[in-house]
Design a binder for this molecule. Sequence first.
Ligand code: ADP
Ligand code: MG
Length: 614
Amino acid sequence: MDTRTGHTTFGALWNGEFVRLALMGTAALFTFTGLGNAYIPYDFVAIIATLLGGIPVYEETIRSLRHKRITMEVTMTIAIVASLIIRAFTAAVIIAFFVLLAEYIEEYAVDRARNTVFQLEKAAPRTALVRRGNTEVEVGVDTLSPGDIVIVRHGDRIPVDGTVVTGDSFVNQSMITGESIPAEKHPGDNVYAGSVNDSGLVEVRAEKIGTETVFGKIIKLVEEAEQKKAPIQRISDKLATWLVEFAIGFAFLTLLATQNSVSAISVVVVAGSCGVAAGTPLAIVAIMGKAAKKGVIVKGGSYIEELTRIDTAVIDKTGTLTLGKPEVIKVEALDGYSEGQVLALAAAAEKHSNHPIAQAIVQKAGEMQIAPIVHSTYKVVPGMGIISEHDGQQILVGNPRLMKDNGIDVSKNILSQSVKGATTVLVAHDHSICGVISLADKVRQESKKAITDLKRMGIRTVMLTGDNEAVSKMVADTVGVDEVYAQLLPHDKVTKIEELVAKGRHVAMVGDGINDAPALARANVGIGMGAGTDVAIEEADVVLMTNDLEKIANVIRMSRQGYRAIMENFYGTIGVDGIGVILAFMGLLNPLLAATIHTASELVFIVNSARLMR
Ligand code: ADP
Ligand code: MG
């Protein structure tokens, strides 16, 4: 059947359509066994059942012909009409019945797969309990606005993205992250719409509402994903059309050669199969649905296909392989400055930057209760650091390159002040270096296993980073990547990806979205990490809702399985059709047998695709 045209929903299938199917099945059985003979003229029953029961097939045929497309409905209509003409009424009703049966099984399977989206939608909270003055009122979610305080009781779904203001609780975030172990939440923690409050009572300050929430975005992504057809779907549509045309052609040939219209009808029935046309979109929806359940959003079928070809995984270090939460481990003051002064200057420059290093420095200054220097102008130099001005004097915070580019001398002696293997940030004041800050970031627990999994699948792993050689080497050794490129500027990362792609490699770029969005866009597949970071969700082709790198290997493996199933369906269909037409040509098939082979093989292909959901 043609999946581009209207599909029934689960409900409709089990009401009207199922009744139709049951009635037709009865009529087919009735005429086939000849039971009707004694009471009702069975030819009459067969004709009525064929004409009325087959209406969906005829409608689809008319639609196809209008669009100048030969679909399997067209061939089946030809077979049915031909059967009626040669007065093979039983064959006609049986063909019509099997066509409907095959379509319903297919729609049932596709609906099951699509249900992932419906389940998501069902989980979307519709009402919220809001504190308005001294009272609590139940309102529709769409009437909320940022800043509202919503009350979430035990068992309630959290209606907004926001921050806990009072109460402690365990929250099940599996709808968003695929992680089913409840997360502990205390005042100040972020919570996401769609997650369930498993215990306690919390009050949440709304920050994002409705489609703006992470959950709202996921639903939109999954819905849009289905519109983006994978190239393999076009190939399978073409193959289906080609098989259908072949069936019609071969049937004419059979008629001419054997003068046997029953054989000709059997050819049409056995080879007008649509196992491929049905199995391909189903496999893709199944994979997308399964991935979504595990917290991996694939933004379209075409990415599933791309994922099967990935042979190189390029991974950003900071925030991806590491936690991206560096901590200041040492502050070395030089040139007569005090440690406190160095931190105060650095914090002043970094105050408005959202770079993880900046946050670590600001936090350290806060912990040491260093009075922040107020207001300074600042400029971000991506991949290098910050240039800031305070009281007419320049403060530079960043790597040696930033210093050199600004004419500040960095001696070997200065660099030796940093902790070995740590990220090093220099602080310059008034055109000379006044301090060295060392920061350490932790490698994510699952990074090593994730890299090992990818390597085992034959995928080359490459780490890119703007950080220094020593740190990069240490992280690379810990997680075991094949190649490392350090001290890259953001645009060097893009160039690296382009080089690899130009060499014919199929590259997946994995990043956390912070300053690597262009690289994500340039790779064959951009994989964004990060629950809640908008950049990752918007720029990436595949979004990992939890920062669990192991899911990269998982989604590639699932895609490969899906692709294999699609290929099995391709070859299976060609095989069954080929053998079928030969048997029919030789007069070894009648329309009933042909319809059975057709439906049974199609069922096998559909099950082959549907099993991917498990
Ligand atoms: P990564 O590739 O690891 O994500 P970035 O490209 O963001 O790293 O930064 C590369 C390097 O530039 C950092 O290791 C640091 O030395 C320097 N740097 C970048 N931004 C800042 C900043 N805000 N403050 C200090 N140093 C910075
Ligand atoms: Mg980064």
